[in-house]
Design a protein around this ligand. Structure first.
Ligand code: HEM
Length: 184
């Protein structure tokens, strides 16, 4: 029996890609605003906005772990044979960095919460999707806040690179790479 190589990701992988993409872009560009809350804002509202930040981050982490497991069980379709070796290598490195960011950002964020609470005790009331108070992380002596902030900046660069690469494949190489992740 012949098996025909798939040319697209499966529906689960596509759904995870686009849901995580929207959430991650929002968090990388506006997550800081949620966490700072702004001036002239009540402590209650600041806790609500910080809870959104923590909840989105936790959901991104859970979806990303599931996505990683799904990818290991369901390998992606083969890349177009016309792609240069450096393109394949750069693509792999970018995707690896994305997985590191999608899992590393929630962890460094969680590790940096205690210092935030030390400065503003009301952040101890921050909850995950309104269900549980965010557990306070142990102090591992890491500059977690700085790592988290650096991760967000690297995240902006990664997202930019990824979008530029997709546009190059779509409009310059015209190799149909974007269709692999498109359900349409
Ligand atoms: C993918 C997930 C996440 C992204 C993309 C993200 C993004 C960001 C961004 C952009 C900032 C502002 C950094 C700056 O102003 O330089 C920030 C701050 C912060 N985030 Fe997250 N975050 C994520 C998950 C989390 C989670 C799960 C938690 C807590 C459980 C968290 C806790 C914090 C805290 C406490 C700060 C303030 C850090 C400080 O000022 O020391 N983050 N985050």
């Amino acid at each position: 029996m012949h098996t025909i190589a798939r040319s697209r990701y499966d529906l689960v992988a596509m759904t995870l890609h686009w849901v995580i993409a929207v959430m991650l872009i929002f968090m990388v560009f506006f997550g800081g605003d949620l966490m700072r809350g702004g001036t002239d804002v009540s402590a209650e509202r600041k806790v609500f906005l910080a809870s959104l930040h923590v909840s989105f981050g936790t959901i991104i982490l859970l979806l990303s772990v599931f996505r990683l497991a799904w990818r290991l069980i369901n390998p992606p379709p083969p890349l177009p044979a016309t792609m240069a070796r450096w393109e394949v290598a750069l693509g792999k490195a970018t995707h690896l960095a994305f997985y590191a960011m999608m899992t590393g950002m929630p962890v460094t964020g969680w590790l940096s919460l205690p210092s935030h609470v030390a400065r503003h005790p009301y952040y101890a009331e921050t909850s995950i999707v309104g269900l549980i108070l965010t557990p306070l992380a142990p102090d591992l002596g890491l500059p977690a806040g700085r790592l988290h902030s650096l991760g967000a900046k690297l995240g902006m660069v990664l997202i930019g690179l990824h979008v530029l690469a997709a546009l190059k494949h779509q409009f310059f190489d015209r190799n149909g790479l974007l269709r692999r992740m498109s359900p349409l």
